[in-house]
Design a protein around this ligand. Structure first.
Ligand code: UDP
Length: 430
């Protein structure tokens, strides 16, 4: 086989998103920011003339083998293991079958059909590293979350990630030609915790759909979601799981009411999203918590909604709260800001990049209920602060279009092709 060349044209990407499908509704189960990321990046790459095939594991026998997402982006639903009822922790047993289907997608066409592999999350990376060596094309990998980071800051009732995942991640870090980190912090974690060579790591911020998430009339948005015009609205958007800590918003809201009972007539706490991970086993626990704290009358649980509908909730909110224990970026924070809504977030991971403390919202160190209650009150009950921070938030979010993410990712594909060609040439010569 000819050695890969650094200047080979880049026409087609094999995008691997094994454990969660870009066709799934984000905000519940295993579907979240990564799904949005894969869809948005693929669409924007297609806009740049790159064809994208996304490989994902089929979770229903009713799914067609191939779905065109938009022209230039195809989703391939790969049968690997039982369609339904397989948890993420059981997926390593299906890696070989999945990898076989990915390799076959090239084998039935011509050699060199794909020019680059981009894998998302370590399970996809395991498939990617095999395809990389078989096809002699570069592997670009995005971690999305890292077990070592997650285990270092677990919520009280969360379970640590298993050692097999840590090892699997290390193998992918070692084999990938280029690692894309969401932020400078994540790049440092890849280097410090996983021993990634600094030259192999690039930072590419995720983006936000600035057409969908834009400022709008708050009164109209409140009418659309059924919230009184004069309400103080605190919103959480995301998967209901210990890591995301929606309970902290419920507790902080209860503390705000203790301190200012007059707020009760106006307060609305919206928890938008579906159960995920450990939360799956206790879908009712947050409703019970709200009852126990006496805030069930002001708390609304909203089932996961398509992103177009979310924009109304973001605009309707006085503040969006992102109290996560760890967060590789936090798309919700960016989406809220793009709609002109300040964010109160935990000062962890990518949220310290997504939110500008004191300007577009507040970053809270730790997970203290009082601290969150104070931060929420400072913005939600002061229209001037809300307005000023909301304006700054829109400006800040404008710097994060997906077009930029795609352009930087494409540059990373090219760098990966060059370094892989040089590495292989050196290996053969040596
Ligand atoms: N989301 C959605 N509908 C919902 C709740 C969430 O479409 O009801 C989307 C939200 O718009 C965001 C993503 O799910 O794009 C969550 O991404 P984030 O990075 O905040 O969290 P992750 O799921 O990656 O942990």
């Amino acid at each position: 086989m000819a050695l890969p060349s650094g200047d080979r044209p880049l026409r087609r990407v094999a995008m691997i998103s094994l454990h969660t499908s870009p066709l799934d509704q984000p905000g519940t189960g295993d579907a979240g920011g990564m799904n949005v990321y894969v869809v948005e990046l693929s669409q924007r790459l297609a806009d740049l003339g790159i064809e994208v095939e996304i490989f994902t594991r089929a979770t229903s026998s009713a799914l067609p083998v191939k779905v065109e997402l938009v022209p230039g982006v195809t989703v391939r639903n790969v049968a690997a293991g039982p369609y339904e009822g397989l948890s993420k922790n059981e997926l390593p047993a299906q890696l070989c079958t999945f990898a076989r289907a990915v390799l076959r997608a090239e084998a039935i066409r011509e050699p060199g059909y794909y020019d680059v592999i981009h894998s998302h999350y370590w399970l996809s990376g395991q498939v990617g590293l095999l395809a990389r060596d078989r096809w002699a094309v570069p592997l670009v990998h995005t971690m999305h979350t890292m077990a070592k980071v997650k285990n270092a800051s677990l919520a009280e009732d969360d379970v640590p990630e298993p050692p097999a995942r840590l090892l699997g991640e290390e193998q992918v870090v070692e084999a990938a030609d280029r690692l894309l980190a969401n932020t400078d912090d994540e790049a440092r974690e890849l280097i410090d915790l996983y021993g990634a060579p600094p030259a192999k790591v690039g930072v590419v911020n995720p983006g936000v759909d600035l057409d969908l998430f834009r400022p709008g009339d708050q009164a109209a948005a409140r009418q659309a979601v059924g919230v009184p015009e004069n309400a103080v609205v605190l919103a959480f958007v995301g998967r209901i799981q210990p890591l995301k800590a929606p309970d902290l918003l419920i507790r902080a809201a209860a503390r705000m009411l203790d301190q200012d009972p007059s707020l009760r007539d106006r307060l609305v706490v919206a928890i938008i999203g579906g159960p995920s991970g450990n939360g799956m086993e206790h879908p009712e626990s947050h409703a019970e918590l709200a009852r126990a704290l006496g805030v069930d009358d002001v708390t609304r649980f909203v089932k996961p909604i398509p992103r177009a509908g979310l924009a109304d909730w973001y605009r309707a909110a006085s503040v969006v709260c992102v109290p996560s224990y760890s967060e590789s970026f936090g798309l919700v924070a960016l989406e809220a800001q793009a709609c002109g809504t300040p964010v109160v977030a935990a000062a962890v991971g990518g949220l310290t990049t997504a939110v500008r403390h004191g300007t577009t919202g507040l970053l809270v160190p730790g997970h203290g209920v009082d601290d969150f209650a104070d931060a929420l009150r400072r913005i939600a009950t002061d229209p001037v602060t809300r307005e000023t921070m909301g304006g700054a938030a829109v400006e800040h979010a404008r710097g994060f279009g997906w077009e930029l993410t795609a352009a930087r990712t494409l540059a990373a594909y090219r760098t990966a092709a060059e370094t892989m060609a040089a590495d292989l040439a050196a290996e053969v010569a040596g």
